[in-house]
Write a protein that binds this ligand. Structure first.
Ligand code: AMP
Length: 206
C-alpha cells in the first residue's frame, strides 16, 4: 500500500506516519528529513540543497525527484510519504511512476496549528518531540527517554509559523485538488487524539 499524508505543520503527520508504520510495517519517507540527512553528511546533493533550505525556499524539482525516486523504489510499494508532493509538477512525476492508493489529509484549522506548534518542544539530545499542551514529559523540561533538555525549535515562533502556514496553503492546495478529483483524498479531522485519528485512518484505508 502506498499512502501520502498531507497536513499543515502541527497536524500530527509525523505521529500518524509512525503509528501506520508500526502497525503495517510500512516505510516512512519524509523529504525534509532526507535532505537534512544529506546536509548532515555533507554530500554533493546536501551542499546544493542546503542553500535553498536555509533561505526557506523549496528545493528545485530536479534534486527532489532524484532523492525521492530512490527512496520510493527502495521502499518497494509500502511507503507513507510526507513532505512530497508539494506542487503539481511533483504530483505528476509521482503518479506517473508510482501507484498511490490513498491520500490522507489531516485537516486542522490554522489557529489550532499555531497553538500546537507554539507548545512544541524537542529534545536537544535525541530529537524526540513533546508538547506542553498534550504530550508532556514526566519531568518538566526533560526528555523521558534520554534526560536531554527540551527546547523550542528555532522556527517555532509566531512569525515563522505564520509564514510556514501561509506557504503550506499556497503550495499544497493544487495537490489536494488533484487528488480530490482523482477520488483518492480522505479527509480526517486532525483535532482529535492521535489514537482516534489513527483508528479513523485504518477504517478508511481498509
Ligand atoms: P520540511 O521538514 O517538510 O518543512 O522540509 C524542510 C525543507 O526541505 C523545506 O523548507 C524545503 O526547503 C525542503 N523540501 C522538503 N520537501 C520538499 C519538496 N517536496 N519540494 C521542495 N523542497 C522540499
Amino acid at each position: 500500500m502506498n499512502i501520502i499524508l498531507i497536513g499543515i505543520q502541527g497536524s500530527g503527520k509525523g505521529t500518524q506516519a509512525k503509528l501506520l508504520c508500526e502497525r503495517y510495517g510500512w516505510i516512512h519517507i519524509t523529504t525534509g528529513e532526507l535532505f537534512r540527512e544529506h546536509i548532515k553528511n555533507n554530500t554533493e546533493l546536501g551542499k546544493i540543497v542546503r542553500t535553498f533550505i536555509e533561505r526557506g525556499e523549496l528545493v528545485p524539482d530536479k534534486y527532489v525527484f532524484k532523492i525521492v525516486e530512490k527512496a520510493l523504489r527502495e521502499a518497494e510499494r509500502k511507503f507513507v510519504l510526507d513532505g512530497f508532493p508539494r506542487n503539481l509538477s511533483q504530483t505528476e512525476f509521482l503518479v506517473e511512476k508510482f501507484t498511490i492508493d490513498h491520500v490522507i489529509l489531516l485537516d486542522l484549522k490554522d489557529d489550532l496549528a499555531m497553538k500546537r506548534l507554539l507548545a512544541r518542544r524537542i529534545c536537544n539530545n535525541c530529537g524526540r518531540d513533546y508538547n506542553v499542551l498534550f504530550k508532556k514529559p514526566e519531568i518538566a523540561g526533560k526528555c523521558d527517554v534520554c534526560g536531554g533538555r527540551l527546547v523550542k525549535r528555532k522556527d517555532d515562533n509566531e512569525t515563522a509559523i505564520k509564514k510556514r502556514i501561509e506557504r503550506f496553503h499556497l503550495e499544497t492546495n493544487s495537490v489536494i485538488d488533484f487528488f480530490r478529483k482523482k477520488g483518492l483524498l480522505i479527509k480526517i479531522n486532525a483535532d482529535q487524539t492521535p489514537q482516534k485519528i489513527h483508528s479513523q485512518i485504518v477504517d478508511k484505508i481498509r
